[in-house]
Design a protein around this ligand. Structure first.
Ligand code: FDM
Ligand code: MG
Length: 216
């Protein structure tokens, strides 16, 4: 496959148990086997000092005011923004497990009037914009079948329900242009193929747009 001059920014999103980690790993391997250079990332990045505060919050080891924790999640992306941009400019494809879509939706799912989707979007403005966001969709029944939830802060069925609704609502807002819904209820290989087809289409479209820019 011929590479476009810059790398792509690809995001995988979805509810807990949707298979994000598996599909993230497979997509990275598939792209590498096609000759792409790939950087794997995930948010929250729990290794930084901001990430460690987020980790403690999610595990229930520390309290944070809702707006504060929202801004910590956002800051955790901002601290990686320069390296994401540099990688893309160098021709490396960056594939991220969760990004600002989760950031917006999980915070707004707390249901506070003073923490709307719109408010939650503001600190994310200016972060590198993905070429594609693949939203892995599973039903709440399928989610339950896959073993329910762990013990972290947002792993309750009430929260997951609201998150799912808000992921749908987000698709109607400007960020929705970047989101493609993947039916993640099927088998792993089928979902992997669906994802690969969409990524290849996006890359072909990007190359076409670049070629056109070079001609005009
Ligand atoms: N989460 C994730 C947020 O609330 N905001 C964010 O910006 C991001 C990136 O953190 F419940 C939530 C989503 C999830 C939790 O994520 C931990 P992982 O992917 O399960 O580690
Ligand atoms: Mg989780």
């Amino acid at each position: 496959m011929c590479q476009s001059s810059r790398g792509a920014l690809i995001v995988i999103e979805g509810l807990d148990r949707a298979g994000k980690s598996t599909q993230h790993a497979r997509l990275c391997q598939n792209l590498e086997s096609q000759g792409h250079r790939v950087n794997r990332m995930r948010f929250p990045d729990r290794t930084t000092s901001i990430g460690k505060s987020i980790d403690a919050y999610l595990k229930g080891e520390s309290e944070q005011e809702d707006h504060v924790v929202h801004l910590l999640f956002s800051a955790n992306r901002w601290e990686a923004a320069t390296s994401i941009r540099a990688a893309i400019e160098e021709g490396i494809t960056v594939v991220i497990d969760r990004y600002y879509y989760s950031g917006i939706v999980y915070s707004a799912a707390k249901g506070r009037k003073d923490l709307s989707l719109q408010w939650a979007r503001e600190p994310e403005i200016g972060l590198p914009r993905p070429d594609i966001c693949l939203y892995l969709d599973i039903s709440t029944e399928e989610q339950a079948k896959r073993g329910g939830f762990g013990n972290e802060k947002y792993e309750t069925s009430a929260m997951q329900e609201r998150v799912r609704e808000l992921f749908y609502k987000l698709q109607l807002l400007p960020d929705g242009q970047d989101i493609q819904v993947i039916d993640a209820g099927g088998n792993v290989a089928g979902v992997e193929k669906d994802i690969m087809e969409r990524v290849e289409q996006m890359m072909a479209d990007t190359r076409l747009a670049e070629d056109l820019r070079n001609i005009l």
